[in-house]
Design a protein around this ligand. Structure first.
Ligand code: ANZ
Ligand code: ZN
Length: 821
């Protein structure tokens, strides 16, 4: 008799699984396919508690689908380009690949110990030339379609990391990575034209509703930020030595045009400088300096007092010819809409605050029944009818909007316009450890893409340490033998583009590469891709709610448009697992509340840690490690394991003659677990499993006994269901029960619906005191049900022989006595 030893199991089973290729899909179409994917890790150090939680959840899904008979693709790889490797290389005078691949090896060993049911033969790393060759190839296809382009533009610049940041990487005006205040710099940068896909990215979210967390969809919707309204052209009159100029505004409220009393341009936009008269130029300059020092958050705060300067110019309202003073202010953003607005203080609070600060007129044009905003200081935004608005008077707001647009269109001064908050994706990085942009700049030919057959453009291997330190230009610029090349078109001297790609590019298509990671003729095998895509269940943290998921959706749509895949959404279902906290707070160095995953695994075993992650809460909720009990999980696992040890009947025994009460619990657990798993209620499944283990133990100790076939049936069901959460214990149980490895492919046990109903009792039916029938009924049968069943009995009807009924006495569930009239 052995005792439960997680260490012995962890030493024994991984090799068996590897030899049997248990987690490699057969991929031959003989079984329906399912693709389950966890967001791939970044190789910083070893795995941590967060990985342990996320990958436990994804593995439950993969293992469950495998038990259900699907051919499951559950791959693993690494998102292995990125800044931390480069910083480590600078510090250690090394090449970033050394740090990266050493960490990957560490993490891979931990994943294997953690028994992720991954197909290791499909392992990929985005920093491998075999991978980034195809990232470059895809970039070229985007480029050919006009979806990758270069433009000179002010960009977010981190003075410490010396690199450009995407808007998304600027958090509260500071660099997401190092917290340094971000400044602006003008650079020639590569962009992906994601804005071309804004409508589709928004509309196709309908397909995802119900399968993705509502909160993620809401965040994407808000990020895309579709606003319906109009573009309206105002002419800023010639003045102060400057010529007249047409300036367009974006407004969602063209119905309020008659209520515009002033005009505002973004103070930090070039337009402000262009418009200002000489007289006001110095004031504007000074104001612009002040604005630059503010963070985006401060600028957009509605709490802050409104500031601005008059430009000395007037804009003419196209509908009524009124002259509106043009101001420059920071509450109007340079990079939203057109960077200029018509201000309607009566109906827009920001404009009203500004009007009150600078004593500008307020004119209500919508009668909403509320107090006059000029008096109350509160802009009115409700429904109402138009006033003070010429030909629009009397119209309700909903009709006035299209009417105003129609007037503008007739005049040629405006048109309906849909504005998006979404910006094009800035993908250039002036860093080393990323995918080189496959473009050559030739003095005579201009931008020349590197021919496909010359891909990949590999990173030079001789740059290391200080060579990689930020200098404001890409470190690649210093690698002269790498930079200077022959132009593929004219064969004259030319230079490689020295920027590398945002690592979000690498992660925007890795799920496609997993389908055929060793394919050499393209990014993926066209004969295979539609077999697996889209991913049926994607699992990852909510921190990727916007960028990664939006970019992956964009890539998938473009690749779909290239005719390369059928799917135009990459992830049919998304699960955001919660975080692992300690003491109610996220684990962090500064709080010193980090929990080391390796130590937990050493102490409690892999299975106990995995089970705890899953059992502690629904998968979407956070787990507070201070509140959980891996030792409780470990005790439960040993208890389950001992069931298998106790069973004395032989494998293959017919369960039919087994104890009915225990069989009923087993079959109910199997049926409930499947339903709960389909709804991602993993924690409840574990609770049910605990009940089944208790019931089985009771049957062994004080009921049917260890030799009863029902006990074997229960122990086998425990092993199969447990294999989703605690693969080592389950495999060991399966082995004790006399089955060959692996329990992972045992198949989900079928449940017998007849066994789901509880055992019956016998109800006696009497007519005039004589027993006329016996009915098998549920112990829960109601009086009414039992009365109906008794009266429906043929024997009873024969005994009544057409007589009416005086009374029926029912004592559910045992007795019915019928007294005839
Ligand atoms: C006149 C007006 C009257 C407006 C009114 C609103 C209410 P969303 O919905 O976010 O798209 N706006 C336009 N561009 C802006 C910019 N660059 N910076 C700051 N504000 C800007 O908002 C569109 C509205 O925000 C536009 O409609 C404009 O103000 C303002 F009763 O025009 B509105
Ligand atoms: Zn050339």
């Amino acid at each position: 008799e052995g005792t439960y030893s997680f260490a012995a199991m962890e030493a024994k089973w991984p090799q068996v699984w590897e030899d049997l290729k248990v987690f490699t899909p057969v991929d031959d179409g003989s079984r329906e396919r399912r693709y389950v994917l966890d967001m791939f890790p970044y190789p910083s150090g070893d795995l941590h508690m967060g990985h342990a939680e996320a990958f436990a959840m994804g593995d439950v899904v993969a293992r469950y689908l495998r038990q259900q008979g699907y051919d499951v693709l559950h791959p693993i790889g690494w998102d292995s380009f990125g800044l931390p490797a480069e910083n480590a290389a600078i510090k250690r005078n090394a090449h970033p690949s050394e740090w990266t691949y050493a960490n990957i090896d560490t993490q891979a060993a931990s994943f294997k110990r953690y028994a992720i049911s991954a197909d290791w033969s499909r392992r990929l790393h985005t920093s491998d030339p075999e991978y980034y060759r195809w990232t470059q190839w895809l970039f070229k296809r985007f480029y050919e379609r006009g979806l990758a382009y270069r433009k000179n533009s002010p960009v977010n610049w981190c003075p410490k990391d010396q690199t450009v940041l995407a808007n998304e990487q600027v958090v509260n005006g500071a660099c997401e990575r190092c917290g340094t205040t971000v400044t602006k710099k003008s650079l020639n940068q590569w962009y992906f034209k994601i804005t071309d896909y804004a409508d589709r990215l928004l509309d196709d979210m309908d397909e995802l509703r119900g399968h993705w967390p509502e909160r993620v969809l809401a965040m994407q919707k808000n990020w895309i930020g579709r606003s319906e309204g109009a573009h309206v052209k105002f002419v800023v009159e010639a003045d102060g030595g400057k010529a007249a100029k047409e300036v367009t505004v974006f407004t969602t409220r063209p119905d309020t045009l008659y209520g515009a009393t002033f005009f505002v341009v973004a103070a930090d936009a070039p337009l402000a400088v262009e418009l200002v008269t000489d007289e006001h130029a110095a004031a504007l300059d000074e104001y612009r300096e002040r604005v630059k020092a503010l963070s985006e958050i401060e600028r957009q705060s509605t709490e802050r007092e409104k500031t601005g300067v008059f430009t000395g110019r007037y804009a003419v309202n196209p509908l009524n010819g009124e002259k509106l003073p043009v101001w420059a202010a920071d509450y109007v953003l340079a990079d939203y809409g057109t960077g200029a607005i018509m201000a309607v203080p009566a109906h827009d609070q920001r404009d009203l605050d500004f009007a009150r600060a600078f004593d500008l007129p307020v004119r209500a044009v919508l009668d909403t029944g509320e107090e006059d905003p000029a008096v109350s200081g509160t802009a009115t935004a409700g429904e109402g009818t138009l006033i003070n608005s010429g030909e629009l008077n009397g119209l309700p707001k909903a009709e006035a909007i299209p009417a105003a647009i129609a007037m503008l269109e007739r005049q040629g001064t405006g048109e309906k316009f849909v504005n998006f908050r979404l910006r094009d994706w800035l993908l250039s990085r002036q860093r080393f450890w990323g995918t080189p942009i496959p473009i050559i700049h030739c003095p005579s030919c201009g931008e020349v893409p590197v021919p496909d057959e010359q891909l990949p453009v590999t990173l030079p291997s001789d740059l290391r340490g200080e060579d990689l330190a930020p200098k404001g230009t890409s470190p690649l610029a210093a690698a002269e033998s790498w930079v200077n090349v022959e132009c593929p078109t004219c064969h004259g001297p030319a230079k490689r583009d020295t920027d590398t790609m945002d690592t979000f590019v690498d992660s925007s298509w890795y799920f496609l590469r997993f389908v055929s990671p060793h394919y050499t003729e393209g990014p993926f095998d066209p004969r295979k891709i539609n077999d697996w895509m889209p991913v049926g269940q994607y699992v990852g943290g909510v921190e990727h709610a916007i960028l990664h998921l939006l970019y992956a959706r964009f890539f998938t749509k473009v690749i779909h448009d290239l005719g390369m895949i059928d799917a135009d959404e990459p992830f049919s279902a998304l699960l955001n697992q919660g975080q692992v906290l300690n003491g109610g707070k996220a684990m962090s160095k500064s709080l010193g509340n980090g929990v080391d995953l390796g130590e937990q695994l050493d102490k409690y075993g892999v299975d106990a840690v995995r089970l705890t992650m899953v059992f502690a809460s629904p998968p979407e909720d956070d787990v507070d490690w201070a509140d959980v009990s891996p030792s409780g999980s470990a005790k439960f696992l040993a208890r389950a394991w001992r069931l298998a040890q106790a069973v004395t009947s032989a494998a293959g025994v017919d369960f039919a003659g087994g104890d009915r009460a225990l069989r009923s619990v087993t079959h109910r657990t199997i049926a409930d677990a499947a339903e709960l798993l389909d709804a991602n209620k993993f924690n409840v499944v574990v609770a049910k499993l605990m009940e089944l283990v208790n019931a089985t133990r009771k049957a062994i100790d004080s009921g049917a006994g260890a030799g009863d076939p029902a006990v074997r049936e229960a122990a086998e069901a425990v092993a199969v269901i447990l294999s989703l959460f605690a693969p080592y214990t389950a495999e060991d149980m399966w082995n004790l029960l006399g089955h060959p490895a692996s329990v992972a492919n045992a198949g989900w046990p079928a449940h017998d619906p007849a066994l789901l109903v509880q055992a019956t009792v016998t109800a006696v039916v009497q007519v005039q005191g004589k027993v006329r029938d016996r009915l098998e009924v549920s112990p829960e049968v109601s009086e009414d049900q039992l009365r109906e069943l008794a009266l429906a009995s043929e024997n009873v009807q024969r005994a009544l022989d057409g007589r009416g009924i005086r009374t029926v006495i029912v004592r559910a569930p045992k007795l019915v006595n019928i007294v005839p009239a």
